[in-house]
Write a protein that binds this ligand. Structure first.
Ligand code: CP3
Length: 366
């Protein structure tokens, strides 16, 4: 089998994972312990760049895939095995929790997600009445497919591969509700926030309460770590982050105590210190900041995850190798490092480049 003959860094794949789960390189790195090789996984490692996924997607809507635990497990495990990542991330989406809160969620071909208030989708979230109408989620009751998906994935995944759960951070989730979908400038969200701070705080508190229950239920179901995605936080100024977002993110991140938490954001190098202080044992950084700089600013007590520009995976193997070596050099063998991209794998990425990238990270010797 390919698994057994593939040698890199003096270890075949089986040897690399011949340890108890808690001693896996990924979980050790989360705890800032030394690892025998640099662990690597990729945000959006299960997705449209992979033919196996596209084949399933041709026959099913994205939401119906997310709501089918057996297919969730299949997609999650196939992606991890195909690229030989050192962790798997559950196939799901940050927006699913908004449905039981009272939003109508749709993924429109070519347009991305659409989020409207009410079961029939009146309009994006705008008024205090809209916020007051949002329900607190009992995730076990309303998102059972996620937890059943975690259980089935854990059964099918190789025993020493950690499984990550995840959720959206309150700012990023609020932005989808207020904009009604994806946005470039987040101007409606920022207007909503500045116009009525009380209303904003009630919204973020509701999101935080539901997300705490959601992540804890993922831990109960068997995930080994969780990532909190604050993908669009970089739309804010440092002052806006401090006043409108930091206290809420902090409350969420401090409430997840039983597994390592990865706190990920993009375009936030203006306020990386504050972002890191909000919480998380691991800080996910994007490609707009250098690892060396990020480390100085975050300090040695936290692990760092990142930060290859996903666009680099659209180039050639020599360019990818050069960038991988540059990043690993910057990481400088420091304990507490997890290789990842600065943001998710792009749909047009050749799968061979992703497979080669994971190999390059494993093979690297300084
Ligand atoms: O990482 C993984 O492989 C696990 C699965 C995962 C998905 N979404 C699957 C998905 C994860 C971790 C997410 C998180 C997510 N979802 C984020 C945070 C990460 C990031 O990229 O910043 C965000 C912002 C979303 C919201 C979302 N979901 C958008 C904007 C879209 C449409 C655009 C796009 O990227 O495809 C989705 C859909 C989505 N989520 C797909 C997948 C595989 C594509 C759906 C399809 O097949 O058409």
């Amino acid at each position: 089998m390919q698994n057994e003959i593939q040698e890199n860094n003096g270890m075949n794949v089986r040897a690399r994972h011949a340890v108890p789960l808690s001693d896996s390189a990924f979980l050790k790195a989360c705890r800032c312990e030394k690892t025998p090789f640099v662990p690597v996984w990729l945000m959006r490692q299960a997705g449209r760049y992979m033919k196996d996924y596209r084949d399933l997607r041709d026959k099913n809507s994205f939401l119906s895939l997310c709501k089918n635990p057996s297919l969730v497990a299949e997609i999650t495990v196939t992606a991890q095995e195909k690229i030989k990542a050192d962790a798997a991330i559950l196939f799901s989406d940050i927006l699913l929790i908004l449905e039981p809160m009272g939003m109508k969620l749709e993924y429109v071909k070519g347009d991305g997600p659409s989020l409207l208030v009410g079961a029939h989708g009146r309009a994006p979230l705008r008024s205090s009445a809209d916020v007051d109408g949002l329900k607190n989620v009992d995730p076990v009751k309303s998102l059972p497919f996620v937890f059943e998906g975690i259980k089935q994935t854990r059964q099918r995944l190789y025993s020493a591969i950690p499984l990550l759960g995840f959720a959206g951070a309150p700012f990023t989730l609020a932005s989808y509700m207020i904009e009604g979908g994806s946005s470039k400038d987040f101007s409606l969200t920022r207007k909503f926030m500045h116009e009525d701070r009380g209303r904003w705080n009630i919204l973020l508190k509701k999101l935080v309460q539901s997300t705490i229950s959601y992540l804890n239920a993922q831990v109960d179901a068997g995930v080994d770590a969780v990532q909190v995605f604050d993908s669009w936080v970089g739309a804010l100024s440092p002052e806006e982050y401090r006043d409108f977002v930091y206290p809420h993110s902090k409350e969420l991140l401090e409430s997840i105590k039983r597994v390592p938490v990865i706190h990920f954001g993009t375009k936030n190098s203006n306020f990386l210190e504050m972002f890191s202080e909000a919480g998380g044992q691991v800080i996910g950084v994007d490609h707009r900041v250098s690892l060396a700089d990020a480390w100085k600013r975050i300090g040695p007590s936290k692990a760092i995850q990142g930060n290859l520009d996903p666009e680099i995976l659209l180039t050639d193997l020599a360019t990818i190798k050069k960038e991988v070596r540059r990043i690993l050099k910057e990481a400088a063998n420091r304990p507490g490092y997890i290789f990842n991209l600065g943001h998710g794998v792009l749909p047009q990425t050749p799968v061979e480049n992703v497979i080669a990238l994971v190999e390059m990270v494993h093979e690297y010797t300084p």
